[in-house]
Design a protein around this ligand. Structure first.
Ligand SMILES: [Zn+2]
Length: 568
């Protein structure tokens, strides 16, 4: 390929938009362009990278017996009503009517369409399991799309869907897809953490996300450096420290002005773990009082899971007062029976003796309060938000908090869709059952940007071999016949893997663009070396330079190809 013929050359990116370095490089290098908010176009170079990524993914999924299909982006709205997800994801779904008045959506995911596809093709347990995948456009009407591929409204996803005769069969498939995903990310030179995650609007029972540690990410992951336990922060669990002590009698103490944890700790000269923290949240029908020890925070996700409703915010001071509670002093202890709030108590409260609680009276607190003695409830829960430095539940090591970018996820959907949409098969005894289902997804554009984020330097992109749009960036210096002939010879020898910079530009610009584009190997044909019948090789990643005899060019190229192909 001759650079002069390539549509979409390198491009000077406005400096104000350079905050996201990886995205800036992809635009500057001529890989992608923006079309509007959350909408992006792939240029020829971007398409080459995309197609290479497709091949990496296809090869892994074929190994698992996957078969590639394609379902439409436009789906009947009725499918989403059947699965019950229409309400769950309504705001992010673009819905429209055709000329007959029938409602359609631009699909944000394709579980429903795959259940319908499965319905047309199997009836018996003998057809199970099967695993289908596609590369297809999705549309999510994101409230806050980012000015890059990391969060766009329209995006291409590799999504796979497996159908199984039993939970155990789905369960056995899960580690295989997990391993395949790890292979895909390794081939892309992307280190990932696979963390336990929430199923959210996808439904089902279990979810894992693959996350690349990145300052550009929006996700926080708690991970154990010793045993490898990893989970999204909102659902991570940790071991709680308990401080045993003899139980003392509760007494009421005047604590004027001690309306928060810090002031209360100062007043009693006690550590925060000797205080109870009572927080009020807005539930759908009632206010919710969450009680944790003073050294912990509350996980809204855990609270929502226990209550079966989505808790998104604290109650306002007005709502606290309106409920008849005293700001800064409310607690579950001796709470007036007229006050109707849901109380959720963390296990740390039940297991810590002699706590300080608010006394439900202005300017007063209880000292030496004990669960089971001074107050009680039927169940206690884990509602704490785990943070860096907390102990791993499995091995006791200190957990670390890592900011990450999600690049893929896998879900055990069980029979969430197949039972709601009544997809059935007959098992070997003739009994009618719903198949178990899993779904698996990788955001293609997001992964490409995540790869660039981790494979770049101050000069430009450093593509992993398998993703590089071309393997060789060829530059010729001088216009003599002998330089031209050798250049043509190299193009002939290496073929489609060469991008020949034949532009009428300075050598400096060509060298700069070679680095920006990130092609793994640069070959320079120059009058300087040609008298010795040599050319210069230079690798993009290591910047190693050496001279190669012209008769050994293809041999040397194949050595590099072999070596780079094995680096993961
Ligand atoms: Zn651990």
């Amino acid at each position: 390929m001759r650079y002069s013929r390539l549509f979409g050359k390198t491009y000077k990116f406005p400096s104000s938009k350079k905050k996201d370095k990886a995205w800036a490089l992809l635009v500057q290098g001529g890989y992608f362009r923006s079309l509007g908010k959350g909408l992006f176009s792939f240029l020829p170079l971007g398409m080459k990278v995309y197609n290479r990524l497709k091949k990496i993914i296809r090869d892994e999924l074929y190994e698992l017996g996957g078969e590639e299909v394609l379902v439409p982006v436009v789906n009947p709205y009725s499918l989403w009503e059947a699965s019950g997800r229409a309400n769950l994801i309504d705001d992010e779904m673009l819905r429209f009517k055709d000329r007959t008045g029938k409602s359609y959506i631009l699909s944000p995911t394709h579980e429903e369409a795959f259940v319908e596809l499965a319905r047309t093709a199997f009836t018996s347990y003998k057809d199970l399991p099967f695993f289908l995948f596609q590369f297809q456009t999705k549309f999510r009407d994101e409230e806050r799309p980012r000015a890059s591929l990391l969060r766009s409204k329209e995006f291409i996803m590799n999504d796979g869907y497996s159908f199984h005769k039993s939970y155990s069969d789905l369960n056995n498939f899960f580690p295989k897809i997990h391993a395949a995903y790890n292979n895909i990310f390794a081939t892309c030179h992307l280190d990932v953490i696979s963390a336990e995650s929430t199923v959210g609007f996808m439904g089902g029972s279990k979810a894992y996300e693959f996350l690349s540690p990145s300052d550009n990410g929006k996700d926080l992951v708690l991970t154990c450096p010793n045993c490898g336990y990893s989970a999204k922060k909102k659902l991570a669990v940790g071991a709680k420290n308990y401080h045993l002590d003899d139980i003392n009698f509760m007494s009421k103490i005047a604590t004027p002005g001690a309306i928060n944890m810090a002031k209360l700790a100062d007043f009693f000269e006690l550590p925060k773990y000797k205080l109870a923290k009572c927080m009020l949240f807005k539930g759908q029908s009632k206010l919710v009082m969450a009680v944790v020890r003073g050294d912990y925070g509350v996980s809204l996700h855990k609270l929502s899971e226990i209550l079966g409703e989505n808790i998104t915010r604290k109650a306002t001071k007005e709502e606290v007062i309106e409920q008849g509670l005293i700001p800064g002093y409310f607690s579950p202890i001796n709470l007036s029976t007229d006050i109707d709030v849901t109380i959720i108590i963390d296990e740390s409260i039940a297991n810590t003796p002699n706590l300080v609680f608010g006394a439900n009276e202005e300017g007063h607190s209880y000292l030496n309060t004990n669960f089971g003695v001074d107050f009680s409830c039927e169940s206690v829960y884990d509602i704490t938000e785990v943070k860096a430095g907390d102990r791993c539940l499995h091995c006791g090591s200190e957990l670390e908090e890592v900011r990450c970018l999600e690049v893929g996820n896998i879900f055990k959907l069980d029979d969430f869709y197949t039972s709601r949409m009544d997809l059935t098969f007959q098992d070997d005894t003739g009994k009618v059952k719903h198949p178990y289902m899993g779904s698996y997804g990788i955001g293609m554009g997001r992964l490409i940007q995540a790869v660039v984020d981790k494979n770049r330097d101050d000069k430009g992109i450093v593509w992993p071999w398998y993703l590089a749009p071309f393997k060789v960036y060829l530059i010729s210096i001088g216009k003599s016949k002998i330089v031209k002939e050798l250049t043509e010879e190299i193009i002939e020898l290496i073929g489609d893997d060469v991008l020949y910079d034949d532009r009428d530009e300075s050598v400096g610009i060509k060298f700069r663009d070679a680095e920006l584009l990130g092609i793994p190997l640069r070959i320079v044909v120059s009058k300087r070396y040609i008298e010795d019948e040599q050319v210069e090789f230079c690798t993009r990643r290591e910047r190693d330079k050496w001279l190669v005899d012209k008769k050994h060019i293809i041999e040397e190229y194949n050595i590099i190809k072999k070596r780079e192909s094995n680096i993961k």
